[in-house]
Design a protein around this ligand. Sequence first.
Ligand code: NOJ
Length: 513
Amino acid sequence: MSSSSSSSFVALILLLLAMIGKGQGRVDVRRIPADFSIGTSTSAHQVEGGWTADGKGQSIWDNFTHTRADRIRDGSNVDKGCDHYHKYKEDIELLGEHGFDHYRFSLSWSRLLPTGRPDNVNRAAVRFYHGILDELERRNVTPYVTIYHWDHPQVLEDELGGWLNESMARVFAEYARFVYEEFGPRVRTFTTINEPYVNCYFGYGTGAYAPGRRQPGLGEYQCVHNQLKGHALAYRIYDRDFRARQRGRVGIVNVCFQYYAKYPQQAELAERAFEFECGWTSQPIFGPEGDYPEVMKKTIAEKSRREGRNSSRLPEFSPEWIEIIKGSSDYFGLNHYSAMLVEELPPGLRVDAVDVQMMTQDADLLKSYDPKWPGTESSWLKIVPEGIRDVLNSIRKKYGNPPVYIMECGTSDGNGLDDNLRVKYLHSYMQQVLLAKKRDKCDVRAFTIWSFLDSFEWNSGYTEHFGLVQVDFNDENRKRTPKNSMAWLKTVLQSRQLLQPISLLPKFDELKL
Ligand code: NOJ
């Protein structure tokens, strides 16, 4: 090739590369933008322990694990747990050393307000949470504070019937007011309620979670209804009385799986599945018209009529409540772990007769997993990285591209310190999130890994290990040991590059040399 033809050949290649680049919106997907926050998360009941320390009241989970140990896979409880109550300084030092941008944790309502109401404040608990905030400040880690992560005071369950009672919404809002007053000057990001869907479905529907009530098809709907009201009241209080001075943001955290139709000719079923889960608790807040998804209202009303009821099992919001709830969130808090396949529920099949956990009866859906999806230590959690990008795009399209804070994403991994499965999971999911942000222009602003510590996994007890850090529960001192994933994350956080984990690189003998 002459030198002129070789230079035009090079020019042609460059032109082609530029065209391909343009077509795909070429961006440096590995670079983690400075304003994209990466953190990790826990919740009070799952890690704190100290269940009676310094005047703490009982929560529904204390009561449930003590009275219904048969419903916890290993019969365990969190009387001591990770003992984070006494070891928080050491824990936060680890967070700081590894360079996390933020730490998401929740407040224990019964520790702060043993009677559930602000008439009796436990000052020791207030000091404890200020201690956490002090340590985070010292280590330059931003706090994200969840006000309620499933552990309300038992006394509210006994007196009011918990979330089945509408007045719980007001009691919760007063608790939130107390939290803003006490901690608001130091916290910019509040979450009112974590995953209404899951805690209502298992707490008041199937009874697998505290408070263990079994009223499927009724209890979960009533509970979500009251939690959405409680959330919205708490949001409006912040807006009216605190926002101007505290300049923070308040939102809700919803769980959204990604659903795929098992048979391509049934594509509309994926949409139905989305509405019956993510849409149920999202549309009332983020949908342009508010209120529950039409498909839920219609289907449940029809079924209720056929059952001989004179009102729908799905409660109705008054026009006033629709307005109060609509728009009551400064961000979309997303918990996402996995995906499922859906198909039409065969007539006559009761969902509880098959091994599918999630509520599908009213949706007339049967859920399953693609056998090609790699499994994890949790039966419900399969690895489907593209699912998170698809969910982010659904949120963008349905709800007008709200700012999304991913508040939980992660996997269980039963391989102790050698948690290469977790590293692969996190690498592939974070890659999809960056694609959604950079290529699809989803306004996603934070990624929070569940979880910081191995901890109490609700009715699975200590049998599933979600932590980046191992906790030795046989050791009186609850020794912490960071797993391999922590070392990888440290390099990611330092370089602000989504580096290929060593475990994903080809082995030496696989290289074509
Ligand atoms: C969601 C919940 O918020 C959290 O408490 C739980 O441990 C994880 N999912 C994993 O199941």
